[in-house]
Write a protein that binds this ligand. Structure first.
Ligand code: PMP
Length: 408
C-alpha cells in the first residue's frame, strides 16, 4: 500500500497545492485539476460563441467542443449512442427531467414508484411531486442498520403495480455499493424502468450502462473533478424518443409555426436554451484526466485510504461510524458521530486543524431518521487524498472529546 499511496496527485490540483488543508468533503464536490480549469478557461478565451446556432467558424468550434464532450461522456459510461447523453446542470436536474417528462407521461393513479429510504433528497422529492400530480404512490425499500438492502426487500417492494424503480448506486451517507443489478432486473421483470443515481459512483468506479441495463442514469460533473453547472442524464434512446420535452423554448425545436412545432431530434430535444459548453469542455477534460489515471488505480487508492481512516477511527473512544462494519463496505465515505459532541462542533474543531469535512443531514433526512440518528459528520475521500490527510484527520478527531471538556 505504501507504493500505491506514494504518488502525489495534489500537484495537479492548484487549490490543494496552494492550501495546506486535508480536503475530506469530496462527496459534496471534488477539487478540480488544472486541466479542467484550463479547458473551461480556454473555451471562453479562444472559442466562445453560442454553440449549435451560428454558421461562422467560431460558432462551429464552440459546437464541436460541446459535441466532442458528449462523445467523451458516451464512451465514459459505454452508452450505445451519443444521442443517449443529455447535458443538464447536475444530478438533481437529470432526475427531475426523468420524473417530470417520463413520470408525468406514464404514471396513473395507483401506479407505484419504488425507491429506497437512503436516497438523497434529489432522488426522492421529484418522485414525490410527480406522485402527487398523477395519483401514483411512492414506496420505500428499507435498509438494515448496516445499510445493506436485501434481495428479499427488493422483491417484496417491486410488484406488478411498479412503474419506476429509482436507486442510488452508492449512498452519499453510507458509501455502500447498492444491489442495483438486482433492482434493475426486478424492475424489468414487471415492465418498470430503472433509474440509477450515479452521483456518488461515477467519480469512483467504471460505469457501463449497457452491461448494467439501466434505463436512466444521472450524475454531476462537479463531483467527478469537473466544473459545477454541468451534469449528465443517460437514457435509452427508445425511451427518450417517446418522452415529451422537459423544458421548452429555443434550441430544442426543428421548426415552429404559428400554431405548432416539431421538436429537435435527440439529444437536443432535452437541451432547451443556451447550453453550458465551457462546462462540457471542463467535464471532457475531467474524463480524460480520470482515464489517464484509470479506475483501477483510483479504486485501489481510495480503498487503501478508506481502510486507513476506518481502522484508526475504530480505535478512538466515543467515535461511531454509521453503516457497514468493514472498510470495504464504505466507498470512500465515512459518516460518523462522536459521543456528546454536536457534528457542527466536530466540523469546527477539525476545521481549526485544517481538516475539511461535512456536518449536517447530508440531504438524506429520512435515512438518518430510519437509522435513529440526527445530524452526523462525514469524511469523504478521493484518490488524490494522501495518507498524511488521513493522519491529520485522525489526530484531530482523537482530541475532540477532550477539547470539548470530556475526560480521557
Ligand atoms: N444524489 C446523490 C447520491 C448525491 O450525493 C448528490 C449530491 N450530494 C446528489 C444526488 C445531487 O447532486 P447535485 O447537487 O450535483 O445535483
Amino acid at each position: 500500500d505504501k507504493d500505491l499511496l506514494s504518488f502525489d496527485y495534489k500537484k495537479d490540483f492548484p487549490l490543494l497545492a496552494a492550501n495546506d488543508v486535508a480536503y475530506l468533503d469530496n462527496s459534496a464536490t471534488t477539487q478540480k485539476p488544472a486541466c479542467v480549469i484550463e479547458a473551461e478557461r480556454d473555451f471562453y478565451l479562444k472559442h466562445n460563441a453560442n454553440p449549435l446556432r451560428g454558421l461562422y467558424d467560431l460558432a462551429m468550434q464552440a459546437t464541436d467542443i460541446y459535441e466532442d464532450a458528449r462523445v467523451a461522456v458516451q464512451k465514459f459510461i459505454n452508452a450505445k449512442s451519443e444521442q443517449e447523453i443529455i447535458f443538464t446542470r447536475n444530478t438533481t436536474e437529470s432526475l427531475n427531467l426523468v420524473a417530470y417528462s417520463y413520470g408525468l407521461a406514464n404514471l396513473k393513479p395507483g401506479d407505484e414508484i419504488v425507491t429506497t429510504i437512503m436516497e438523497h433528497h434529489s432522488n426522492m422529492l421529484p418522485w414525490r411531486m410527480v406522485a402527487q400530480q398523477t395519483g401514483a404512490v411512492v414506496k420505500y425499500i428499507e435498509c438494515a442498520v448496516d445499510g445493506s438492502i436485501s434481495d428479499e426487500a427488493i422483491d417484496a417492494a417491486v410488484t406488478e403495480k411498479t412503474k419506476i424503480v429509482a436507486m442510488a448506486e452508492v449512498s452519499n451517507v453510507l458509501g455502500r455499493l447498492n444491489p442495483i443489478a438486482k433492482a434493475i432486473s426486478a424492475a424489468h421483470k414487471v415492465g418498470a424502468v430503472a433509474v440509477i443515481d450515479a452521483a456518488q459512483s461515477a467519480p469512483h468506479m467504471a460505469i457501463d450502462v449497457q452491461k448494467m441495463d439501466a434505463d436512466f442514469l444521472a450524475f454531476s460533473g462537479h463531483k467527478m473533478l469537473g466544473p459545477m453547472g454541468i451534469g449528465v442524464l443517460y437514457g435509452k434512446k427508445a425511451l427518450l424518443e417517446a418522452m415529451p420535452p422537459f423544458l421548452s423554448g429555443g434550441e430544442m425545436i426543428s421548426f415552429v409555426s404559428r400554431d405548432g412545432q416539431e421538436y429537435a431530434p435527440l439529444p437536443h430535444k432535452f437541451e432547451a436554451g443556451t447550453v453550458n459548453a465551457a462546462g462540457a469542455a471542463g467535464l471532457h477534460a475531467a474524463i480524460e484526466y480520470i482515464n489517464s489515471i484509470g479506475f483501477e488505480v483510483i479504486e485501489a487508492r481510495e480503498a487503501a485510504l478508506t481502510k486507513l481512516a476506518f481502522d484508526a477511527m475504530q480505535n478512538i473512544p466515543g467515535v461511531h461510524i454509521i453503516g457497514g462494519k468493514t472498510a470495504e463496505e464504505h466507498k470512500g465515505i465515512l459518516t460518523f458521530t462522536v459521543e456528546g459532541v454536536h457534528p457542527h462542533d466536530i466540523a469546527a474543531i477539525l476545521d481549526a486543524d485544517g481538516v475539511n469535512i461535512r456536518a449536517g443531514n447530508h440531504c438524506a433526512q429520512p435515512l438518518l431518521d430510519h437509522l435513529c440518528t440526527g445530524a452526523t459528520a462525514r469524511a469523504s475521500l478521493a484518490f488524490y487524498n494522501s495518507a498524511a490527510d488521513v493522519e491529520r484527520f485522525i489526530n484531530s478527531l482523537s482530541t475532540i472529546r477532550e477539547r470539548m471538556g470530556y475526560g480521557r
